[in-house]
Design a protein. Structure first.
Length: 358
């Protein structure tokens, strides 16, 4: 059997001449495999006397390590050569279209909020926000709804536990507290809309415990109902993208407006579906009125100098009317099939509105 140093010379030469990974692996098996020469030489150590084993063991182990290191080095070199050859021969055609990447969808409620913001921005309104957990004063008292007022029974309120004395905080039942906070923070003239989430303990096909509402407020000198009607008519024409919008204001009651009016809009049948526009019938879409003098006074303004109007409607209901949805509860079910059907692609959303005056 060849000596260890001879085996190192022999297999180092074979390793250097291996032209590919397959040939290199064959050399590894020949030298270090179960029946390889160096492996067989290692097996002879058990038959040697202690002194001979002590002298020959390091030489054989050194030969094994030297050949193994040579194989690893040659393997790395061959892999690098293979990679260089692949990079030189393969091409990536950047002109080919890539596979479509799944994109998220814009929820119809978010879409309608964007439309509302755009339309009212064209009319000079700013967007105002406020907390969703409100105190009793902002949610009720300042809006002319004292503790014993029967109007509190009109809103099924979520009350939150509190360790403090006094009325507990509530999940806001409307976005009207934003109007109060704005009037107390800013000096007139004021033109704002307040979109956001609101909460009432109610659930059926047309009501959910959490829903979205937008309210509008204008405070200025010499404001009257004519300004309110023009604003709502202009908004609805732009939102529904129809010029044949007809409004009807019916006397109503809200504690924070006087006089108050429900706003009905004309509808017509199109391909068996009721759509907003025309005058075949009427449907209620908004509540509105002139801001009550007590509300203006509660915010530190003089009602003899400043007047205003306010209006409010459900954003979810507006989405249902414009985009043909029939069940409010589906907005919050988290069903991706529903969102795929009704949602708007982030890159191909429809025109936000017809535009004011379009």
């Amino acid at each position: 059997m060849p000596a260890p140093d001879e085996l190192v010379t022999l297999y180092s030469d074979k390793v250097a001449k291996a032209g590919d990974l397959a040939a290199l692996d064959a050399v590894r098996v020949e030298a270090l495999g179960k029946q390889g020469e160096i492996t067989q030489l290692l097996k002879t150590l058990g038959k040697m006397d202690p002194d001979t084993r002590k002298a020959e063991g390091p030489k054989i182990q050194g030969a094994r390590m030297a050949v193994a290191d040579a194989i690893e080095a040659r393997k790395a070199a061959l892999e690098n050569e293979a990679l260089e050859a692949r990079l030189a021969s393969e091409k990536l055609d950047l002109s080919l279209p890539v596979d479509e990447t799944p994109l998220g969808s814009v929820h119809p409620v978010s879409q309608v909020m964007d439309e509302l913001s755009e339309i009212f921005a064209d009319m000079g309104f700013a967007v105002a926000e406020g907390p969703e957990i409100e105190d009793d004063w902002h949610n009720f008292e300042a809006l002319n709804i004292p503790e014993a007022h029967p109007a509190r029974a009109m809103q099924d309120t979520f009350y939150l536990a509190t360790g403090e004395e006094g009325a507990p905080p509530v999940l806001r039942t409307h976005t009207s507290p934003v109007q109060i906070r704005t009037m107390m923070r800013e000096q007139p003239p004021i033109r704002i809309i307040a979109p956001g989430r609101v909460y009432r303990s109610d659930s059926d096909a047309t009501h959910t415990p959490m829903f979205h509402q937008v309210e509008g407020l204008v405070i200025d000198r010499n404001i009257h109902m004519g300004h309110l009607k023009w604003t709502l008519e202009t908004f609805l024409k732009a939102f529904f993208e129809r010029d044949d919008i007809v409004l009807r204001l019916r006397p109503s009651y809200f504690p924070f407006t006087e006089p108050s009016a429900e706003v009905d809009v004309g509808w017509s049948q199109v391909k068996g579906r009721r759509v907003v526009g025309g005058s075949e019938g009427w449907m209620e879409v908004l509540g509105s009125g002139m801001v009550h003098p007590k509300v203006i006074a509660n915010c530190g303004l003089d009602p003899d100098v400043w007047q205003g109007f306010a209006f409010g409607c459900g954003i979810d209901r507006l989405a249902m009317l414009k985009y043909g949805m029939d069940d409010l509860r589906a907005f919050f079910d988290g069903d991706l099939r529903w969102l795929k059907h009704y949602g708007f692609g982030m890159l191909d959303t429809p025109t936000l509105s017809a535009g004011v005056g379009a």
